[in-house]
Ligand binder design. Structure first.
Ligand code: ATP
Length: 298
């Protein structure tokens, strides 16, 4: 079953289109990484899915309903980012209790255990928490709500590495015990990769790719060696990235449509074949076309 379905989805702010012709489907009980550079449109997309913002055009269905202003969607969806606001009059324990009343699957035992593990105190106020502690508290709400659709928008902002690792472990552990549909936007693809089943890669408001992590791992590989040999091998191939490392040497990342025979021939020609990490692949695919920072500085 599809939990989210977008077809020709668009969002404009004034005359500026920030989401353009997005079409994709998110399957039930998957963890999908929403990946893209700064300003790609991740938050805008997640906020439309959460029902906070109305699309400008196209179709967006969440649980088969338009999510904007939908009570059904809001009761079954939770959106967590570092901007969550709670009234100053409530302490942290009261915030948990309030959430417990709203979310039908809320698990107070899980919330309490995480609350104690991360060293929160009942009478602390949300606005007084440090940035990392606020993200940690928000994450507890995102997990304990056990919403059928859970949206985490850069949930680890400000968390130190140890807390981020705890969060990823808690997320995976609770997801295995209580599967739900999770969308997770993060710049730390390397860290979240082990959690992900699918990646929705966004560039300039458009979907560049929507694939399983397994497919993306085999999507491309790197060729390292003599420039002329590699250039002739890549004449009819789809090049994703290239960098010269000497006057005769080059590193090229190329889409993987090589046959076993071609692989053997490449190696016989003295070309090194290197795997490309998911993180690097996404960086190369979303590279702006105006060179790198070194080009600006030199
Ligand atoms: N309320 C708004 N009014 C006008 N433009 C907006 C608004 N919100 C977002 N934008 C623009 O939409 C584009 C996409 O922003 P968005 O926050 O969705 O990107 P993002 O991928 O989440 O970026 P980041 O990784 O930096 O958080 C940006 O160009 C941004 O300036």
């Amino acid at each position: 079953m599809q939990i989210v379905k977008a077809d020709g989805l668009e969002k404009k702010f004034g005359s500026k289109k920030v989401i353009e012709q997005m079409s994709f489907e998110i399957k039930e009980e998957t963890i999908t990484g929403i990946i893209g550079r700064n300003g790609a449109g991740k938050t805008t997309l997640l906020k439309m899915i959460a029902g906070f913002w109305r699309p400008s055009a196209g179709e967006l269905l969440v649980f088969n309903e338009e999510p904007f202003d939908s009570l059904m969607a809001s009761a079954n969806t939770i959106y967590i980012d570092d901007q969550l606001y709670y009234p100053d009059t409530l302490n942290l324990k009261q915030i948990l209790q309030q959430n417990a009343q709203f979310y039908p699957n809320w698990n107070m035992d899980l919330a309490d255990r995480l609350f104690n593990y991360f060293g929160f105190e009942a009478n602390q106020r949300h606005y007084q928490l440090s940035k990392g502690k606020r993200s940690t508290f928000n994450m507890i709400i995102g997990l304990a709500a056990r919403c059928p659709l859970t949206l985490f928008d850069e949930p680890t902002t400000g968390m130190d590495e140890a807390v981020r690792k705890d969060f990823y472990q808690a997320l995976l552990h609770d997801y295995i015990a209580f599967p739900r549909t999770i969308l997770l936007s993060s710049h730390l693809l390397q860290e979240i990769e082990p959690l992900l089943e699918e990646v929705l890669l966004i560039k300039d408001g458009k979907v560049l790719m929507h694939e399983s992590v397994d497919t993306l791992k085999d999507y491309a590989f790197g060729l390292h060696g003599d420039r002329d040999t590699i250039t002739s091998w890549c004449a009819n191939k789809s090049i994703i990235y290239q960098k010269a490392y000497s006057s005769e040497g080059i590193y090229v990342v190329v889409q993987n449509d090589f046959t076993e025979r071609e692989f053997a021939q490449l190696q016989a020609d003295g070309i090194k074949l290197l795997p490309v990490s998911l993180n690097d692949l996404c960086i190369y695919l979303t590279n702006p076309k105006n060179g790198g920072i070194v080009d600006v500085l030199s």
